[in-house]
Design a protein around this ligand. Structure first.
Ligand code: NAD
Length: 303
């Protein structure tokens, strides 16, 4: 039996995921509040729908790619306090059919994943948190990596769809664990971007070109996603067009600080880096590319 897939949130990531699944011959229906996003998805073989109710009529699996945890919670459970006849009450909980699987690829919070999963389970709907890495290019080519929080039996049912959308999947634990792992990943990415900017700037002042330094770093133990992907693709050429916004990275850095605080931990290096991301809002607004943070390290070299 063919699995019919719905994708909610057709932005930089969700648009690419929907197009990838359509290329893999899944019937794909897409919903986004933005008409422009729906039109772009339609051009990539996705059937756009203009309401959540219409989407939920036909699908077996729904993928979420929304900005933040609060969007996930509202879409899954409806706005708290909304009356049954209000638009905001429309939710997966109210309209989803038993047997539906929700794959949430949003970088969200572990608490949101667990809360939503528990509520949806009361209607026989399963929930997986599967946040992703790999950017819009990874989404559009099906080469993203996923860290997954799920029960084994639900994961097995979702696997054909997950395999079509991603190159690597690591099952890190039960529901919520995917977001713990993703928050840890982005905490490191946020540190690496700034520390690489400092290392490249120092070496440039000492007479080694950024290009040559990166070649050396990538052959040595200083390599990371920042030296292998971010600097060569978006920083050294001053393109700053990764498709990942400053606002979303600030959100992820905030998620790491919140999780650290909830655990009662003090992590001095991460706290300093979080402060730098916070301070950067004085000169870089949320719509900028996240890589532009390096301009605060050395405006002459990176500006
Ligand atoms: P985006 O802003 O490009 O896309 C989000 C889309 O969701 C928008 O098109 C918006 O209109 C839509 N949307 C918001 N609320 C909605 C609702 N209630 N119903 C339907 N549509 C709604 O964001 P993005 O860059 O695609 O990121 C999506 C998620 O993936 C975020 O959690 C982000 O942190 C994560 N992520 C992004 C990247 C990246 O490189 N962009 C990489 C890894 C993870």
């Amino acid at each position: 039996m063919t699995t019919t897939v719905g994708v909610i949130g057709l932005g930089n990531m969700g648009g690419g995921m929907a197009a990838t699944l359509a290329r893999h011959a899944f019937p794909v229906f897409g919903f986004d509040l933005s008409e422009a996003a729906r039109e772009k998805a339609a051009a990539a073989g996705v059937t756009p729908v203009s309401s959540l109710a219409e989407l939920l009529e036909t699908i077996d699996i729904v993928i979420l790619s929304l900005p933040k945890a609060e969007h996930v919670e509202q879409l899954c459970l409806g706005r708290e306090g909304a009356q049954e006849n209000e638009q905001d009450a429309i939710s997966l909980l109210a309209l989803g059919k038993p047997g539906l699987i929700v794959i949430d690829t949003t970088t969200s919070t572990p608490e949101t994943s667990r809360k939503v999963a528990a509520a949806l389970a009361t209607r026989g709907i399963d929930f997986i948190d599967a946040p992703v890495s790999g950017g819009p290019k990874g989404a559009a080519t099906g080469s993203m990596s996923m860290v997954i929080g799920a029960e084994d039996d639900v994961l097995a049912r979702a696997m054909p769809v997950l395999e079509a959308m991603s190159g690597t999947r690591v099952h890190v634990g039960s529901c919520g664990a995917g977001n713990v792992a993703k928050i840890a990943n982005n905490m490191l990415a946020a540190c690496h971007l700034i520390s690489t900017a400092e290392a490249v700037s120092m070496a440039a002042r000492a007479g080694v070109s950024p290009e040559k330094l990166l070649e050396g770093l990538n052959a040595g133990s200083g390599r990371s996603g920042a030296t292998q992907v971010m600097f060569p693709s978006w920083v050294i050429n001053k393109a700053y067009d990764s498709g990942f916004s400053m606002g979303l990275m600030r959100k992820d850095v905030g998620l790491a600080s919140d999780l650290t605080a909830r655990l009662g931990m003090e992590l001095p290096l991460s706290a300093t880096v979080a402060q730098l991301w916070d301070d950067s809002s004085a000169t870089l607004d949320d719509s900028e590319d996240f890589c532009a943070i390096v301009q605060r390290t050395d405006p002459t070299l990176y500006g």
